[in-house]
Design a protein around this ligand. Structure first.
Ligand SMILES: [Zn+2]
Length: 152
């Protein structure tokens, strides 16, 4: 086990510290390995960038490119916060419910092979289920709306 200080708590540091040990016990999919690599390289010299220099004192500050990976907490946090603000702006003064729909684990391989098709089918099934519920429920009078978020 590698030395790890609790003050080293950014995702890239955690992955760099524990990835080798983890890979000795578990196999990563190519996608998982790619995500780990992206997070480790995000905003570092390995992705390139530029050096900014203060015209007054000459101090140089490197600005490295972000990885752009949707799983990277460093470069996707702003996008996530903007999405959340947009959703909050669209809220109506009504009661909301949090529903969770899951797929059986038997579909995991299918989701890895055909994610767009499988998740589109999941969302379609969710919408059909909720629509049928609202159309047949006597006390509900109105059209349901949903915001679907995929957690993989
Ligand atoms: Zn990143």
């Amino acid at each position: 086990m590698t030395n790890f200080k609790s003050t080293d708590c950014d995702m890239a540091t955690i992955i760099k510290t524990f990835l080798a040990d983890y890979r000795q016990r578990y196999k990563l999919t190519p996608e998982q390995a790619s995500v780990c690599q992206s997070i480790i390289q995000c905003q570092t010299e390995s992705l390139g960038g530029e050096h900014r220099q203060c015209t007054a004192c000459g101090y140089q500050q490197p600005l490295y490119h972000s990885c752009g990976n949707r799983h990277c907490p460093r470069c996707k946090q702003n996008a996530s916060e903007q999405w959340e603000e947009k959703q909050l702006d669209a809220l109506l003064p009504v009661t909301y419910y949090h529903l969770v729909y899951t797929l059986p684990h038997e579909f995991n391989a299918w989701c890895q092979l055909h994610p767009k098709i499988m998740y589109a089918l999941l969302f379609k099934a969710v919408w059909q289920t909720l629509s049928q519920f609202s159309n047949t429920h006597k006390r509900l009078q109105g059209q349901l709306g949903v915001t679907c978020v995929l957690h993989t």
